[in-house]
Design a protein around this ligand. Sequence first.
Ligand SMILES: NC(=O)c1ccc[n+]([C@@H]2O[C@H](COP(=O)([O-])OP(=O)(O)OC[C@H]3O[C@@H](n4cnc5c(N)ncnc54)[C@H](O)[C@@H]3O)[C@@H](O)[C@H]2O)c1
Length: 295
Amino acid sequence: MQIAVLGAGSMGHGIAQVSAMAGHDVVLRDIEEEFVEDGLEGIRANLRGGVDRDKISADEMEATLERIEGTTDLTGAVADADLVVEAVPEDMDLKQEVFADVEEATGEDTIIASNTSSLSVTEMASALEHPERAVGLHFFNPPHIMDLVEIVVAEQTDDRTEEFAVDYVRGIEKEDVVVRDTAGFATSRLGLALGLEAIRMVEQGVASPADIDEGMEIGYGHPMGPLELTDHVGLDVRLHIAEHLREELGERFKPPQSLRRKVRAGNLGKKTGEGYYVWEDGERVGMSGEWGGDE
Ligand SMILES: NC(=O)c1ccc[n+]([C@@H]2O[C@H](COP(=O)([O-])OP(=O)(O)OC[C@H]3O[C@@H](n4cnc5c(N)ncnc54)[C@H](O)[C@@H]3O)[C@@H](O)[C@H]2O)c1
């Protein structure tokens, strides 16, 4: 199959890589030559890591790279594509513009997908003359490691498009879950509900962040507790999603005070060195605030 991936950033280059590894021919498009090159270099680095860890052979790495072409030319990228996946920044106007431009430059049967993590695919699809070919393909970061893809079915998505999406996801050896296009889809909504409740429990002094996380890790088998996960994702990102879900789904997603306070103070989690934990050189070294000191 011929696939075009639009946007060679964090997600786009990974989506191009996993598609090419499954044998598809891929064109990776970004707006500047430099961004295309960065994306291709990211793919080379991931594949080299795979060879070093004996996950793939050097021949597989070469064959994968041969199936990927980089470009800044939108029309050339999408003209013969069976599937276009956009991974441009999370902005509705931009995504609608990209959808409309793709439709103008590609065939009638091409499936047009978005990797949005929070925006309405239904709204995006409304920019198309043939919106029944639109669908969400929500990959997780980083796409070459994470096994899940949420398939987001918009109001307009027809059965052919949904079946195509399921076949594609299974074909690249990922696991699919199919969800209706609602705020937060399935994973962000449930993941955030757990994260916000854990923050409220810290605020109420129910237990320390480390004890709450350990409870979920050992008691429920979660690979990472909700507070450490919040630090990994970024407190600013979680606050932004909470505000969006509160608007769409109601007060149960009201952001807790400490989340707002920490974001205002620039304590955004692992990336700034402090969130609900304190981080040094990417390692968790203690808890933040009143729980401060050793765990
Ligand atoms: N980063 C994550 O953890 C994550 C996870 C799941 C989904 N997503 C979603 O994936 C999408 C992309 O996120 P990202 O983190 O890869 O962003 P990013 O900023 O790393 O990459 C976006 C890329 O798109 C390029 N771009 C901008 N306009 C373009 C256009 N018109 N055509 C082609 N390329 C264009 C930019 O130059 C940039 O290289 C967003 O919708 C985001 O919500 C992100």
